[in-house]
Design a protein around this ligand. Structure first.
Ligand code: PLP
Length: 428
């Protein structure tokens, strides 16, 4: 099929009629599908059903250090659970803190602490300063942007490249402006593009000169072990080690959770940082809580045993997810390639596929899909303030629907992408 941008007005009119026909057939089917959020499907949970039996009334509830998990104690987490995350994130025992059920809550809280108290050793509370800014690589995770919006930061979009955020832009901005306090990063299998930051990007983030002496990298490694192809695992450089080597160990706070490993919203979240920052975080956290849920930590540690246990489980999970990603990507390739109407990346892991439709068409595509019964993430959600300046990015979340549902949803999506493009070409 020819590139739609080369078609005559008459050819476009014919194409539009044909696409509308196909679209109306979908409308008549009365579909009701939701592809808006990156939720795990139930068969993923079935893979870890043993987790619920890993600790029961017959089990010893003593952690490896003898602390009774039913009682207060082990404020920073039980050792066997810390060991797993230390290995996952490449940090030491005194650089990790095991929290509750949600890494997003930990990130929200960490930024709140920076606003109210200052967290980096010697840092002043940001709330005492005037206009604050935060760098937001785009497309990115809507809930990150919601946090910095809520705290009143002015958000500056940074273009993503295949290597991570555009570091020329980042370096230029942070060197010149001390009101830029940090950057959001999903460094491995990024949400939504599935991009893993290159070694060069990680080193530049660690070494760049920042006008703010309390600049913080919010390193949300949510998809650290979420490879789709076990024979090809993306490698991510250890940013804490790079920050130490660059002489600024307090520049980064790392986050992760088992929400997309065990149970979404009922797993374990962690943060990791330099010892200096950890001391400060502990002082602040000890006022907030006497400790997090150690029984859930014990359950996870006994069930997975170690990082190898998690990796083996994630490889089984990938077997469920690969065909779903393939269903979407094959349809894009079959229906959209070569027509000049869309671009997408083929991720090696993570939870999403990022689709760029023709400029000015994303809202229309999402609306067309909605009117035919398929809910997608709203257009613009992947940008600060929900504003995609080119109105072109759509986040596709293939994990939750079944494959037959996905086939239907993506067939409709492909028709809507083409229809919106043809409508635009006819208008222009
Ligand atoms: N970070 C990223 C990049 C995510 O995509 C998600 C969920 O989609 C989360 C964090 C949420 O994690 P949690 O359930 O641990 O709060």
């Amino acid at each position: 099929m020819a590139d739609y941008r080369t078609l005559s007005h008459q050819q476009l009119e014919e194409l539009r009629r044909e696409l509308v026909d196909r679209y109306e057939q979908f409308q008549q089917q009365g579909l009701k599908l939701d592809m808006s959020r990156g939720k795990p499907a139930a068969d993923q949970f079935d893979l870890v059903s043993g987790l619920l039996d890993a600790v029961n009334s017959q089990s010893s509830l003593l952690a490896a250090d003898g602390v009774d998990c039913r009682n207060y104690g082990d404020f920073t987490g039980i050792p066997e659970c810390k060991a797993i995350f230390c290995e996952m994130l490449g940090v030491s025992f005194d650089e990790i803190f095991i929290c509750g059920n949600s890494s997003l809550a930990v990130m929200y809280d960490a930024l709140g602490k920076m606003m109210l108290h200052g967290v980096r050793p010697g840092a002043k509370p940001w709330c005492r300063e005037g206009n604050l800014k935060f760098l937001c690589p785009v497309p990115g995770y809507d809930r990150h942007f919601a946090i910095t919006e809520r705290y009143g930061f002015e958000m500056i979009p940074i273009e993503m490249t295949p290597e991570g955020p555009d570091m020329d832009q980042v370096e230029r901005l942070v060197a010149a402006d001390s009101s830029i306090k940090g950057i959001w990063c999903v460094p491995k299998y990024s949400n939504p593009q599935g991009i893993t930051y290159s070694d060069e990007t990680v080193r530049r983030l660690a070494r760049m000169k920042t006008a703010a002496d309390d600049f913080i990298i919010m390193w949300d490694n949510a998809y650290a072990v979420h490879d789709l192809y076990p024979e090809h695992r993306d490698h991510l450089l250890n940013i804490l080690a790079e920050c130490k080597a660059a002489g600024d160990p307090d520049r980064v706070m790392m986050f992760a959770s088992t929400s997309k490993i065990s149970y979404a919203g009922a797993g374990i979240a962690v943060f990791a940082c330099s010892k200096g920052m950890m001391e400060r975080m502990k002082k602040l956290l000890t006022i907030q809580t006497i400790g997090f849920d150690k029984i859930n930590m014990l359950r996870h540690a006994r069930y997975f045993k170690n990082l190898d246990g998690i990796m083996a489980h994630m490889d089984r999970q990938a077997e469920l997810l690969r065909p779903k990603f393939r269903t979407v990507l094959d349809a894009f390739e079959r229906e959209l390639a070569g027509k000049g109407v869309a671009e997408w990346l083929n991720p090696n892991g993570g939870y999403f596929i990022s689709l760029d439709v023709m400029d000015g068409c994303a809202k229309r595509v999402v609306q067309l899909c909605k009117d035919a019964g398929v809910t997608l993430t709203s257009a613009g959600a992947t940008f600060p303030y929900g504003r995609d300046p080119r109105d072109r990015n759509i986040r596709v979340a293939p994990t939750y629907p079944t494959i037959p549902e996905l086939e239907q949803a993506v067939a409709l999506l492909c028709i809507c992408v083409q229809l919106a493009a043809v409508e635009k070409l006819l208008r222009d």
